[in-house]
Design a protein around this ligand. Sequence first.
Ligand code: HEC
Length: 171
Amino acid sequence: MLSVTYATYLEVTKQQIFLCCAALILMLIAACTPGDPGSTVKGVSYNAEQIAQGRVYYEQTCAACHGVDGQGQFPEAPLEPDATGRLGAPPHNETGHTWHHSDELLLRYVVEGGFADPNNFYTMPRWDSLYDRDDAALIIAYIKTMWTEEQRIYQQRVTLDEEARAAQTQP
Ligand code: HEC
């Protein structure tokens, strides 16, 4: 009788040790995985559901010009002027240069529209009648999923550098 109880006790202890080890290993994996800068816009992290909402906005409003997969208006030669001498809507995916811009510039682009020379570019409309900055952030969070890990890290650095410069010049 006593030995049965002891055996049960040992069994439970083994289970506890196993669970503890499993928990420790999971915690270690979580600590070693680098943060995912792709879902962060201006320091706010967006979850999968919010990014999915950004995708809906993107497909409703932006895809017509920038391409459903972010391949740009003229995927054959996205960075070449067409017969009118103008460049179309640029790609947003990893082949484009959207990832060179800070979060603030991207947000302003969506809300306030483009400011490229209309002789050299088609026009990027402003979208403040449809989207405020919070909505625009969801769209940007989605666009970031089109970039490579290196591009996302680079773009996050550009954003942080710009914020640091802005903080310095503040009176
Ligand atoms: C009618 C076509 C059109 C639509 C629709 C459109 N854009 Fe654009 N977009 C452009 C063009 C053309 C440019 C390049 C001209 C410029 O930069 O001013 C551009 C440029 C941009 C840029 C800056 C260039 C870059 O990639 O670095 C961003 C960011 C951008 N668009 C985001 C969006 C988002 C987000 C939407 C949807 C809310 C959207 N655009 C909808 C035509 C469009």
